[in-house]
Design a protein around this ligand. Structure first.
Ligand SMILES: *[C@@H]1O[C@H](CO)[C@@H](O)[C@H](O)[C@H]1NC(C)=O
Ligand SMILES: *[C@@H]1O[C@H](CO)[C@@H](O)[C@H](O)[C@H]1NC(C)=O
Ligand SMILES: *[C@@H]1O[C@H](CO)[C@@H](O)[C@H](O)[C@H]1NC(C)=O
Ligand SMILES: *[C@@H]1O[C@H](CO)[C@@H](O)[C@H](O)[C@H]1NC(C)=O
Ligand SMILES: *[C@@H]1O[C@H](CO)[C@@H](O)[C@H](O)[C@H]1NC(C)=O
Ligand SMILES: *[C@@H]1O[C@H](CO)[C@@H](O)[C@H](O)[C@H]1NC(C)=O
Ligand SMILES: *[C@@H]1O[C@H](CO)[C@@H](O)[C@H](O)[C@H]1NC(C)=O
Ligand SMILES: *[C@@H]1O[C@H](CO)[C@@H](O)[C@H](O)[C@H]1NC(C)=O
Ligand SMILES: *[C@@H]1O[C@H](CO)[C@@H](O)[C@H](O)[C@H]1NC(C)=O
Ligand SMILES: *[C@@H]1O[C@H](CO)[C@@H](O)[C@H](O)[C@H]1NC(C)=O
Ligand SMILES: *[C@@H]1O[C@H](CO)[C@@H](O)[C@H](O)[C@H]1NC(C)=O
Ligand SMILES: *[C@@H]1O[C@H](CO)[C@@H](O)[C@H](O)[C@H]1NC(C)=O
Length: 657
C-alpha cells in the first residue's frame, strides 16, 4: 500500500486524506464490505501541496467538523451521525507495521483515523542493535534502546506497551500579504486509552488521550491490547494560511520512531564570523582517553550527528521545530552524513577532542551564511545514526532544542581553527582578506611556535626534573610550566576578535587609527580624538594619562602584538581580552627564576586581561576551549593566589602593556 512506503516525499505522496472517507458518505454500506475502496478516491496534489479538485468533495466534511469543533449540533439525526461515525471507522487505515512511518496529507478541519492491528501488537520485538558507543554524555556503555531478550513472547490477548509518535512534515503556508507573525496551527494526535475504541478523535468522548503537537512533534505511550485506534486531527486554518499538512505517524512495540529533546540543545556555539559559524556538541562521553568507549566515539565514521540550520526570518521552520521530518523539509542548511566534507551542503563535520576536558565531541563548521543574521541551529540524528527509515527502531530521527547564533557584521574577524601548534585555538581572529585563512593560520603558527621554542630554551636552564629538593616547586614541574605557558601564549598572541560595532562593555577596542580595508579610510577624526581613559586607576603624575584619546592611547590604537598591526592590518576591531587567570596560572606554575609577572591594576591589567563572568554563560574573557552556553566561572587558579600576585609581583608586563 502506498502510504506505507517511507520513501515517498510528502509532495510526491498522493493525497490520501481522511476526508476521502467522506467522499464515501453516500456509499457507507459499500465501503463496509470493501475498505480498500477508499484508495480509489485518491486526489492529486499539485506542487504547492494543494489538493486539486478536492474542495467540493470535502466541503461537507469540513463544515461538519467545524460544527463539531464548535460544539454545535448540525441538526442531523443521531442516527445519521452514528452512520457517519461508522463511515469514519470503516475508513480507519491500517498502520503499516511496527517502526514504519505512515505518511499522509491532511486537510484543515478533517480527521484521519488509523488502526494498529492486534497482529502487529503481538509481533516480534526488534533484535537488539549495537547502538552508539555509550549513552550520550555518559561514561558507561550504552544500554540498548530496547530489550528484546527481556521480553517474553506473549500470547495474543496480552497487554503490551506501544510507543506512538508523530512528526509534521509539511504545514500550510502563509499566503497573505504582510509578514507572517505566527506559525500555522498544530495537528492533534489522539490515541485510544481502551481497546476497540473505534470512534476516536475530537468530540468522541472519554477513553482517549489527546495531544496537540508541540512544534510538529508528539509522543504517547499506552498499554494496548487487541486492535488499537488512533486519529490525527487537523484544525481549521486561520486567515492568511493556505494548504495542507503532511505528517508521519508511527507505532512501535520497541521504542519511539521519532524523538525530540525539547529542553537541551546539546550543541554549543564556539564562534562565528561574517559568513560562517563553528559549533560543537556537548561531551559525547566522559570516558578516559585510554578507554574503548572513547576510541569508539572517535572512530565513528561518518560522525553520528547531523544538523539543520535556518535564518530566523525563514518562517517555514515555525511550527515544526521539534520535528525531524519537518526540519528535513523546511531547513535552509543541512549537514549530511554523505557529505562530511561539506562540498554540497556547506557544513563540514568531524569528531574532535578540542575543548575543556578533551572529551569526544562532534564539530560542525557551517559556511555560506549571511552576515549580521540570527540563525537557528538544530542538532539531529538521522534515524538511529547508522540506519534510518522504515523498519529501524528510532528510524524517524531525533532533533534537539534549537540553538540561536548570530553571525558577525564585519569582515575583519575570521574564524580560525585547526592550527598546528595552538591546536586548542578555535575562534574569530583579526583578519584581512589579503591573507587567506590558510596563510593566516601559518602566520600565527609560526609566530607562536617561535616564541614557545625560545621559552623552552630558557626553561631548560632551570632544574626541573631533579629530586624534589632541588625542584623550584614541590607542587609544579616544568611540564606544568610549559603547559601554562602554551595556554597563555596562544590565548594572548592570537586575540579573539569581535565586531568593532559590538557594544559589549567588556570588549577592548583595538587598532582604531588604522584604515578599514573595506573602504580604505580611517574612522572619523572627531571621534578618534575624543578622550579615552584605558585605565581608571592609572597613576597621574603629570596628568598625562588624562590627555589620552582613542587615537593616542596604545590600548585602543594598536593591537596586542605588532604582528597584527604590521602584517595583518585588520583595521579597527574589538578584542575579547584573555582571562586574567591565564596569567596567574602561568606565574604560579613556572619557576620565579624566569622572572614572569602579570600587570597590575592601573598598569596595563585592565586593557590586557579580562574577567570570567561569575554567573552567566557569556564569553567575557578569552581562554582556549571556550564555548557559549557553559558556565565560565571556573578559573585556572584560586583567587587567594591572585591576591598574592598583586601583593608581591611587579607590573612586569608580559603581554600587552
Ligand atoms: C532477530 O534475529 C533472528 C535471528 O537472527 C531472526 O530470525 C529474526 O527474524 C530477527 N527478528 C527481527 C524482528 O528482525
Ligand atoms: C540502527 O539500526 C540498524 C538496523 O536496525 C542496526 O543495524 C544498527 O546497529 C543501528 N545503529 C545504532 C547506532 O543503533
Ligand atoms: C490564499 O489562499 C487561499 C486558499 O487557497 C485563497 O483563497 C486566497 O485567495 C489566497 N490569498 C492570497 C493573498 O493569495
Ligand atoms: C487511561 O486509562 C487509565 C486506566 O483506565 C486511566 O487511569 C487514565 O487516566 C486514562 N488516561 C486518559 C488520558 O484518559
Ligand atoms: C504499562 O504496563 C507496565 C506494566 O504493568 C507499567 O509498568 C507501565 O507503566 C504501563 N505504561 C503505561 C503507559 O501505562
Ligand atoms: C516523549 O518524548 C520525549 C522526548 O523524546 C521524552 O522525554 C518523553 O518521556 C516522551 N513521553 C512519553 C510519554 O514517553
Ligand atoms: C566537557 O567535560 C568537561 C569535563 O570533563 C567540562 O569541563 C566541560 O565543560 C564539558 N564541556 C561541555 C561542552 O559540556
Ligand atoms: C532574511 O535575512 C537575510 C539576511 O540575513 C535577507 O537576505 C533575507 O532577504 C531575509 N529574508 C526574509 C524572508 O526576510
Ligand atoms: C532564540 O531566538 C528566539 C527568537 O529570537 C527567541 O524567542 C528565543 O528565546 C531564543 N532562544 C534562546 C535560547 O535564547
Ligand atoms: C581540520 O583538520 C582535520 C585534520 O587535520 C581535517 O580533516 C579537517 O578537514 C580540517 N578542517 C577544516 C575545516 O579545515
Ligand atoms: C593562501 O595563501 C598561501 C600563502 O599565503 C598560498 O600559498 C595559498 O595558495 C593560498 N591559498 C588559496 C586558496 O588562495
Ligand atoms: C617565522 O617567524 C620568524 C620569527 O618570528 C620569522 O623570522 C620567519 O620569517 C617566519 N617564517 C615564516 C615562514 O613566516
Amino acid at each position: 500500500m502506498q502510504f506505507q512506503c517511507p520513501k515517498l516525499t510528502p509532495l510526491q505522496s498522493r493525497f490520501l486524506a481522511s476526508s476521502v472517507a467522506l467522499f464515501l458518505l453516500g456509499l457507507v454500506y459499500w465501503s463496509l464490505s470493501s475498505p480498500h475502496f477508499a484508495y480509489a478516491g485518491e486526489l492529486e496534489v499539485d506542487g504547492n501541496g494543494q489538493s486539486r479538485g478536492g474542495k467540493d468533495h470535502n466541503w461537507h466534511r469540513i463544515e461538519q467538523q467545524r460544527l463539531e469543533d464548535d460544539g454545535v449540533d448540525d441538526g442531523n439525526s443521531p442516527e445519521s451521525r452514528r452512520m457517519q461515525r461508522r463511515a469514519d471507522t470503516v475508513a480507519a487505515q491500517p498502520i503499516g507495521g511496527n517502526n514504519v512511518p505512515n505518511t499522509l496529507n491532511i486537510e484543515a478541519g478533517t480527521t484521519a483515523t488509523w488502526v494498529y492491528a492486534e497482529e502487529l501488537l503481538n509481533g516480534e520485538y526488534a533484535n537488539k542493535t549495537a547502538g552508539l558507543p555509550s549513552e550520550i554524555g555518559q561514561r558507561s556503555v550504552a544500554e540498548p534502546l530496547y530489550h528484546a531478550e527481556l521480553r517474553k513472547r506473549q500470547d495474543s490477548g496480552a497487554t503490551r506497551q506501544i510507543y506512538v509518535s508523530i512528526n509534521t512534515c509539511l504545514q500550510p503556508t502563509w499566503n497573505a500579504t504582510g509578514v507572517q507573525t505566527a506559525a500555522p496551527p498544530q495537528l492533534t494526535l489522539y490515541v485510544a486509552n481502551q481497546t476497540n475504541k473505534e470512534e476516536i478523535g475530537p468530540g468522541t468522548g472519554a477513553g482517549q488521550i489527546a495531544r496537540v503537537l508541540d512544534e510538529g512533534f508528539a509522543n504517547v505511550t499506552v498499554n494496548a491490547t487487541g486492535d488499537w485506534y488512533l486519529a490525527v486531527h487537523a484544525p481549521n486554518l486561520p486567515d492568511g494560511f493556505t494548504g495542507i499538512w503532511n505528517y508521519e505517524l508511527a507505532v512501535s512495540i520497541d521504542d519511539y520512531y521519532h524523538a525530540a529533546d525539547t529542553t537541551n540543545p546539546f550543541l554549543h556555539l564556539v564562534d562565528t564570523d561574517i559568513d560562517s559559524a563553528l559549533l560543537v556538541t556537548g561531551n559525547l562521553t566522559q570516558a578516559d582517553p585510554s578507554s574503548s568507549v572513547f576510541e569508539a566515539w572517535m572512530g565513528l565514521s561518518p560522525p553520528p550527528f547531523i544538523m539543520f540550520a535556518a535564518n530566523q526570518n525563514h518562517t517555514t521552520t515555525r511550527g515544526i521545530r521539534n520535528s525531524y521530518c519537518g526540519w528535513s523539509q523546511a531547513k535552509q542548511i543541512a549537514a549530511s552524513q554523505d557529505d562530511v566534507a561539506g562540498a554540497g551542503s556547506g557544513v563540514q563535520m568531524g569528531m574532535i577532542t578540542r575543548g575543556l576536558g578533551n572529551k569526544p565531541k562532534e564539530q560542525f563548521f557551517v559556511t555560506y551564511l549571511n552576515g549580521s543574521s540570527t540563525y537557528y541551529g538544530v542538532l539531529a540524528l538521522a534515524g538511529n545514526s547508522t540506519a534510518s527509515g522504515s523498519g529501524v527502531v528510532g528510524g524517524g530521527g531525533k532533533v534537539w532544542q534549537a540553538l540561536n547564533f548570530t553571525t558577525k557584521a564585519q569582515q575583519n574577524c575570521a574564524l580560525m581553527f585547526n592550527l598546528t601548534f595552538c591546536d586548542e585555538v578555535a575562534y574569530a581572529v583579526p583578519y584581512n582578506p589579503t591573507y587567506n585563512i590558510t596563510g593566516l593560520r601559518s602566520l600565527f603558527d609560526n609566530y607562536t611556535s617561535t616564541y614557545y621554542q625560545n621559552f623552552n630554551y630558557s626553561l631548560q636552564q632551570i632544574p626541573c626534573n631533579t629530586t624534589d629538593d632541588a625542584k623550584y616547586s614541590i607542587a609544579k614541574g616544568c611540564d606544568d610550566c610549559a603547559a601554562a605557558y602554551k595556554q597563555w601564549l596562544c590565548a594572548t598572541s592570537i586575540p579573539r576578535c569581535e565586531d568593532f560595532t559590538n557594544p559589549a562593555f567588556w570588549l577592548q577596542p583595538r587598532a582604531m587609527g588604522q584604515p578599514s580595508f573595506t573602504n580604505n579610510s580611517q574612522m572619523d577624526m572627531t571621534y578618534l580624538t575624543q578622550q579615552y581613559l584605558p585605565m581608571q586607576d592609572a597613576p597621574t603624575l603629570d596628568g598625562s594619562p588624562k590627555d589620552q584619546t582613542w587615537l593616542t592611547a596604545l590600548a585602543s590604537n594598536s593591537s596586542r602584538n605588532t604582528l597584527i598591526d604590521t602584517e595583518i592590518q585588520p583595521g579597527p576591531y574589538k578584542e575579547v581580552l584573555p582571562c586574567e587567570d591565564l596569567c596567574y596560572s602561568l606565574i604560579s606554575s613556572c619557576p620565579s627564576a624566569l622572572g614572569l609577572g602579570c600587570p597590575m591594576k592601573g598598569r596595563g591589567l585592565e586593557s590586557s586581561y579580562g574577567h570570567r563572568p561569575k554567573f552567566n554563560d557569556t564569553i567575557m574573557c578569552s581562554y582556549l576551549g571556550a564555548v557559549y552556553g557553559i558556565n565560565h566561572a571556573k578559573q585556572l587558579v584560586a583567587p587567594v593566589f591572585k591576591a598574592l600576585v598583586f601583593a608581591s609581583l611587579a607590573a612586569l608586563a608580559l603581554g600587552f602593556a
